[in-house]
Design a binder for this molecule. Structure first.
Ligand code: SAM
Length: 545
């Protein structure tokens, strides 16, 4: 399997492509390397090892996936053509010493986790030595590997002793004939034996990567769920992605949502596991099952906004995105004599060009917006205190705004099936009703709204709703010592735009920037106070993130 190399040739999605190899061939290596540096990198005079590897979108990168080889002992239909892919000359590949040096540079920049992949890493005879060397680099805490498992069983104990700490095994069918048709080679029994040995050796869990394809193995979701019953494996259903010549078309894609629905229909006790930071899969577990199932929706729900990954190809190119065309040859720089600080500067410069989201996916990346509202019913006394900014606990309205804004950004941590989105705007407004409501002693309704915007593949209404709800809860918390009878009502989406289904506005929604209109859909409009009696109150009116 040769996913990295293929994307390099067939997915020129972005205009930025830094082809250092071409430069270097044309002229002297050292000359061109210097020119490359001056064109692309502000070389930092001081060592850049102290600061973590952040990109311009606030993502910290501590995970490096390393392709150890372009060769593979299988020819999976979704990954590689039957005849294989053109291989780089041996001299073009990173030597072990070069690889170890680059890993030391990455580790000094804050990378803690490595994943060895390929091609098929087990075709490297020196795999145990590589693992030993890389796992002893200062700062590296995890050396994981993704393998097809066909030639792994015999070597696994030695690899574990060398420092292999986590294992993913690819397995697309539990039926021998299908396995062979997909991989264009036999091997199911070897892979199953490898998984069982890995469990005995204590890899916990063993992750099983299963690419689902319509009409091929989508009827095996339940069999794979059953596979987790007595084994501590996490079967991860992966959406079929487009790579070189794998004849991708979305009619073959099985969405994570469809796979989850099939799994839940078969096993109603499946429950979502708590979310974990930077996890690509949403994980579900059933009562009494030793293992779990995960859903990696790279196409329908990309996880770009929490992406913490960097990739190094077997020939030493750094890729900051699996689908991005831009590559930087760290090999060329290292061979031209760049010291570690300059390699580090190249890594940082490449990361600065990482886009907020890649452009490959089943849904288009669009500018999306949504606004939500809800109401907090408060007593007349509390309303007066809010107006006078005299709530004993402090500036309740500002606290609500800040809480709502932060919550909108953390929606994916709270709602299991929500993927993290890079919000460009989260704006919470709090509006107090003017006049009689408070003075008549009946109290009134504080209106809270949250507007969210992102350039993403999925809508942002959950972000707007979460921001609104949490702003109301924070206001409640600030005020509960004054009024024990507050209620929160009317949480709803007012409008959303950018979705494939077109823009939408609730029929009775006020205009985007109209002041508080304290009616709900349940109240006849004639009971609404007129606009002159309405007050808009927003202590910190705009919070842009
Ligand atoms: N040879 C190893 C293996 O088979 O696990 C490692 C390399 S392989 C490229 C890494 C993972 O990428 C595998 O789990 C494979 O299923 C996945 N993969 C490859 N092509 C894919 C595609 N078109 N869509 C989704 N996943 C893919």
């Amino acid at each position: 399997m040769n996913l990295l190399k293929q994307t390099q040739f067939f997915l020129p999605l972005y205009s930025v492509r830094i082809n250092t190899r071409t430069h270097l061939r044309r002229n002297s290596v050292a000359f061109q390397y210097k020119r490359f540096l001056s064109d692309n990198v502000e070389v930092e005079s001081k060592s850049s090892v102290e600061a973590p590897l952040m990109d311009l979108h606030g993502r910290r990168h501590d995970y490096l996936r390393i392709s150890l080889t372009e060769r593979c002992n299988l020819r999976c239909q979704y990954c590689m053509p039957a005849e294989g892919v053109p291989l780089s000359a041996r001299a073009a590949l990173l030597s072990r010493a070069e690889l170890a040096r680059l890993v030391r540079v990455f580790a000094a920049l804050g990378v803690t986790k490595l994943r060895l992949t390929g091609g098929e890493p087990t075709v490297r005879q020196d795999l145990a030595d590589i693992i030993q060397e890389l796992s002893s680099v200062d700062g590296i805490s995890t050396v994981a590997m993704t393998s097809n498992g066909v030639a792994l069983t015999r070597r696994l104990p030695a690899l574990q002793r060398a420092g292999l700490s986590a294992l993913n095994v690819s397995l697309d069918s539990l039926r021998a004939d299908r396995y062979e048709r997909m991989a264009r080679r036999p091997g199911l029994q070897k892979v199953l034996a490898c998984i069982d040995l890995a469990l005995q050796l204590g890899f916990s869990p063993v992750k099983v990567n299963t690419v689902l394809m319509k009409g091929f193995n989508d009827d095996e979701v339940c069999d794979f769920v059953e596979f987790t019953k007595h084994r501590n494996v996490e079967v991860r259903f992966i959406e079929f992605m487009p790579f070189t010549g794998n004849r991708w078309d979305d009619s073959r894609l099985v969405s994570g949502a469809a796979a989850l629905a099939a799994a839940r229909a078969a096993l109603p006790t499946l429950r979502p596991a708590p979310p974990a930071p930077c996890r690509t899969a949403t994980v579900w577990k059933a009562d009494g099952y030793a293992g779990s199932v995960g859903f990696i929706s790279s196409m329908t729900q990309p996880f770009c906004s929490s992406c913490n990954r960097l990739r190094l190809t077997a020939d030493g190119n750094l890729k900051v995105c699996l689908f991005g065309g831009a590559e930087v040859s760290l090999r060329d720089a290292a061979r031209a004599g760049a010291p570690d600080a300059e390699l580090a500067a190249l890594v940082r410069a490449a990361l600065r060009r990482k886009l907020p989201a890649h452009a490959v996916g089943a849904k288009p990346v669009r500018a999306r917006a949504a606004e939500a509202e809800c109401f907090l019913h408060v007593s007349a006394r509390l309303l007066r205190l809010l107006r006078d900014a005299a709530v004993p606990k402090g500036d309740a309205l500002s606290v609500a705004q800040v809480a709502g804004t932060l919550a909108a950004k953390r929606t994916a941590d709270l709602i299991p099936m929500c993927h993290p989105l890079p919000l460009e705007l989260a704006r919470v407004r709090v509006q107090l009703p003017r006049g009689e409501a408070g003075e008549a002693g009946a109290g009134g309704r504080v209106r809270l709204t949250c507007e969210a915007r992102a350039t993403a593949r999925t809508g942002v209404e959950m972000e707007a709703l979460t921001g609104c709800a949490v702003a109301a809860l924070a206001l409640y918390d600030m005020c509960k010592s004054v009024d024990k009878h507050m209620t929160i009502t009317g949480l709803r989406v007012l409008r959303k735009s950018g979705g494939v289904g077109g823009d939408w506005t609730a029929p009775d929604a006020p205009g985007p920037h109209e002041p508080h209109t304290p009616h709900t859909p349940h109240e006849p409009r004639e009971q609404m106070p007129d606009k002159a009696k309405i007050e808009t109150y927003a202590p910190t009116n705009f919070i842009y993130l």
